[in-house]
Design a protein around this ligand. Structure first.
Ligand SMILES: O=C(O)[C@H](O)COP(=O)(O)O
Ligand SMILES: [Mn+2]
Ligand SMILES: [Mn+2]
Length: 544
């Protein structure tokens, strides 16, 4: 049990943590869909309630450097755990730098498994460092050759979401050149298939299994339009689908004489080289699960399969992994549960695992007294429905508040992020407006329950919808004069607003230089009248 907090007995009603996914605070309003949105509720909150800025990127959330943007995994991990752990990006980079990864049993088994066949790598093909890093792939290819393997095939998921929207050839071109260079002395390494990450393979939270099926058919069965190289494939697909950005490009297969060069066969080994779990779990299940029934796999090759990390510690998925994931312990979910606090978590499918699995330290099981509510997301391009399920999440939250059953409630509004990733400025302003409207309904229900809210975000996105010119800090332009859309997250801090109409002005927030997402667990504990757990970073609550 957490101890009583001597300075404050706790608010009479519940504490509600609201994550506005992808809502950052830009230095400059140019190109910010948030600045352009009409958002009377948020404007009123910023004007009338205590609010500070939180660090949500780089080392503040366990990324290797402060040049790394934040993302949902590291952001929700930091919020939920109240602590910062070195995250997958850092753990893998370190394991490669130290060579420890090659000594591990998993890598050795992969090498042994591929000895008589092919070693396949499937993963996100960029240096976004959110799900993967192409340098990790390069190091594994070099090591595979050093281990005496003869054949490597890469299944490249094009990004354009964590990196500029049409940057695929900046990765594919140099990498195909590198593969040609190392393909000597009987070693043969090539890209074998690929496609846009929002089109195949990398679905998450069971939102769209047909995406994974399409990926299976591409990587494993080698079905799809054939090209001589991945460079040629990207060029041809762009010409066939004008205006389509990398993440949405259709699948392709590399072929020779009409035959795919790298189908996945019995006796091969497969490494899924993303370190982040949400979009790695479904394809991993397709390779590993005995009674798999999400789609007809047609042919199931007997392979030695490994993930870069273990993606789910509860489900032990995958069984074999190259690097141990961060051992996230003592999360707020766990300790609030141990303190007898009933907790309610809600989001729509696209972010459901963020407020449950990431929040609880990458665990798929509930702690005692937790209720999880998923609102099914639409399966549509989100720029066409920027309101997404903000209204339905709000309905669910209001019902949960009215039930009087919960002392801690948490939700995630996906809009700023999911619509921000489309690069559509106008839709992103509507996304923020939808969140604002949702807040205008949710906050009175919190008042009625005698509660308070901590309103925050996990990282920026809609706050910068255009690439900014490095010198002028104004939106950069394409040759035709249009602005260069930016689909990725930002490096900006995020807000923390304390919505409190119950303490009579006793409560405020302290702006510390180092204040970040990992300070939220302790802050929520204090609002509940509880001391923070000894491992949690300090509370930001100011009690007068
Ligand atoms: O997976 C994605 O959609 C992006 O790579 C990162 O976005 P998220 O971290 O907000 O989920
Ligand atoms: Mn996010
Ligand atoms: Mn995102």
């Amino acid at each position: 049990m957490l101890q009583k907090f001597p300075a404050f007995a706790g608010v009479p009603g519940p504490v509600v943590i609201i994550v506005m996914d992808g809502y950052g605070l830009p230095k400059n309003e140019a190109g910010s869909a948030i600045a352009a949105a009409r958002k009377p509720t948020l404007d009123r909150l910023f004007a009338a309630y205590p609010n500070i800025r939180l660090r949500a990127h780089g080392t503040a959330v366990g990324m290797p450097s402060d040049d790394d943007m934040g993302n949902s995994e590291v952001g929700h991990n930091a919020i939920g755990a109240g602590q910062v752990y070195a995250q997958g990006a850092a753990l893998v980079a370190n394991a490669i730098a130290a060579g420890a990864i090659w000594q591990g049993e998993a890598w050795q088994q992969v090498v042994a498994g591929a000895r008589a066949g092919t070693l396949h790598f499937i993963g996100l093909f960029s240096d976004g460092n959110v799900h993967s890093h192409i340098d990790h792939l390069r190091a594994m290819v070099v090591q595979a050759k050093a281990e005496g393997l003869r054949k490597v095939r890469i299944h490249a998921l094009l990004d354009g979401r964590d990196v500029p929207e049409t940057s695929a050839l900046e990765y594919v071109g140099p990498f195909e050149a590198f593969l040609a260079e190392v393909s000597t002395d009987g070693f043969d390494a090539r890209i074998a298939s690929g496609g846009g990450r929002q089109h195949i393979t990398m679905d998450r939270y069971d939102a769209n299994w047909p995406m994974v099926e399409a990926g299976w058919r591409t990587h494993v069965l080698g079905e799809g339009p054939q090209f001589a190289t991945a460079t040629e494939a990207v060029q041809a697909l762009r010409a066939q689908h004008p205006g389509t950005i990398d993440q949405d490009l259709p699948p392709f297969v590399i072929g020779e004489g009409g035959h795919p060069v790298g189908t996945i066969e019995d006796g091969d080994a497969v490494v899924f080289y993303n370190f982040r779990g949400d979009r790695a779990i479904e394809i991993t299940r397709a390779f590993e699960e005995a009674g798999f029934d999400k789609f007809d796999r047609v042919r199931v090759p007997k392979v030695t399969y490994a993930g870069m990390l273990q993606y789910d510690g509860d489900l032990k998925l995958p069984k074999r992994f190259l690097v141990a994931p961060p051992a996230i312990q003592d999360t707020m979910g766990e300790w609030f549960a141990k303190s007898g606090i009933a907790q309610y978590a809600c989001s729509e499918t696209q972010k459901f695992g963020h407020v449950t699995y990431f929040w609880n330290g990458n665990r798929s099981n509930k702690f005692d007294g937790e209720t999880w509510q998923e609102v099914p997301s639409d399966v549509v391009p989100f720029e066409q429905r920027p309101w997404m399920k903000a209204a339905e999440i709000t309905d669910a939250m209001i019902a949960a508040l009215r039930s009087g059953q919960y002392k801690l409630l948490r939700c995630n509004y996906a809009n700023g992020d999911m619509v921000g990733h489309t690069g559509n400025f106008r839709a992103a302003t509507m996304a923020i407006e939808a969140v604002d409207l949702a807040l205008s309904r949710l906050l009175p229900a919190i008042d009625a329950a005698g509660g308070v809210a901590l309103i925050t975000a996990d990282h920026g996105n809609a706050d910068e919808m255009y690439e900014l010119d490095k010198k002028t800090k104004q939106p950069a332009t394409n040759p035709n004069g249009s602005f260069k859309a930016k689909t990725a997250h930002t490096l900006n801090p995020v807000p923390l607003i304390l919505y409190d109409n119950v303490s009579g002005g006793r409560l405020g927030l302290v702006q510390r230089e180092t204040a970040g997402l990992s300070n939220l667990a302790a802050t929520a504990a204090n609002l509940l009248g509880l001391e923070k757990h000894a491992r949690w970073d300090d509370s930001l609550l100011d009690v007068r």
